[in-house]
Design a protein around this ligand. Structure first.
Ligand SMILES: C[S@@+](CC[C@H](N)C(=O)[O-])C[C@H]1O[C@@H](n2cnc3c(N)ncnc32)[C@H](O)[C@@H]1O
Length: 265
């Protein structure tokens, strides 16, 4: 006969663990929300909205729009978390480490105060949580700091997929690899490799040898102000640079991503 008290103990321990749903919400268009993401959102008692300051107000507005459109009923609470800011000076890795520690501390504090052990919280992650996003690393840190969490991940449409769809292109040439990288790392890419570049505040594409490369660029993908440009890198680099600067000045912020692909012979 199984020992019922032993099973019950395990159940109680499981029940006493906060549940966090990490939900990819797509890259800017509420229509990017998958059915799975919508269902996960509706399971949450508490929806956690990171507040990254006025520059990212438009991104926060999108999260709220998604909630207004897809949440059923009114049994959900909203919690704002003021996101710590990364130090602009000092070594990059150290800066990121300190920044993640600060975010983990803030999240842990809010999980403990805003979410009971029987409740479920939702973190709405831009695009897909696996791509240049630290939410999953931060949850690991929180667990390592001693707060038990049970979390699930729901993939979202990333800006990379949105870029490829809007330009109507495959990301890879037949049988070829593609490097996913950042503006900071672009110059260090291996010779001959096609690259998808995110997080490029410096327009690194304009500082590399553009011979034989095509650029597929997209800004504000999925949003009302979406801009697409494409062509041989050498021919359009200056125009993209100029357009980017103009858009950034007009809106006060920009998000752009691009593919650098070798021209087919
Ligand atoms: C912190 S990363 C987050 C990426 C996100 N997890 C994803 O799956 O797309 C932010 C970068 O993603 C890219 N990005 C995200 N959304 C975008 C959009 N709507 N249009 C263009 N680029 C976007 C930009 O390169 C931006 O610097």
């Amino acid at each position: 006969m199984p020992d019922p008290s032993a099973d019950g103990g395990a159940d109680r321990r499981e029940a006493a663990m906060r549940k966090i749903l990490v939900i990819g919400i797509g890259a800017g268009d509420p229509d990017h929300m998958t059915v799975q993401a919508i269902e996960a959102l509706n399971r949450a008692d508490v929806i956690i909205i990171p507040d990254k300051g006025s520059e990212k107000a438009a991104l926060r507005a999108l999260r709220l729009e998604i909630c207004a459109r897809f949440l059923r009923g009114d049994g959900h609470r909203f919690v704002d978390i003021a996101m710590p800011v990364r130090a602009a000076s000092g070594p990059y890795r150290d800066g990121v480490d300190d920044w993640h520690a600060a975010i983990a501390g803030e999240y842990r504090r809010r999980f403990e105060t805003e979410l009971s052990e029987q409740e479920t919280g939702a973190l709405l992650v831009w695009g897909d949580p696996s791509l240049y996003d630290s939410t999953l690393r931060i949850l690991e840190r929180i667990e390592a700091s001693g707060l038990a969490l049970d979390y699930e991940v729901f993939p979202g449409i990333s800006s990379v997929q949105a870029l490829a769809a809007r330009h109507r292109i495959p990301l890879n040439r037949i049988g070829e690899p593609v490097l996913l990288t950042t503006g900071r790392q672009l110059a260090a890419r291996p010779d001959g490799i096609d690259s998808i570049v995110m997080l490029d505040g410096e327009q690194a594409f304009a500082s590399i040898d553009g011979q034989g490369l095509e650029l597929f660029w997209g800004a504000y993908l999925g949003m009302a102000d979406e801009v697409l440009m494409s062509g041989p890198l050498e021919a359009i680099a200056a125009a993209v640079r100029e357009r980017r600067a103009q858009l950034r000045a007009e809106k006060g912020w920009i998000m752009d991503v691009y593919l650098l692909r070798h021209s087919e012979p």
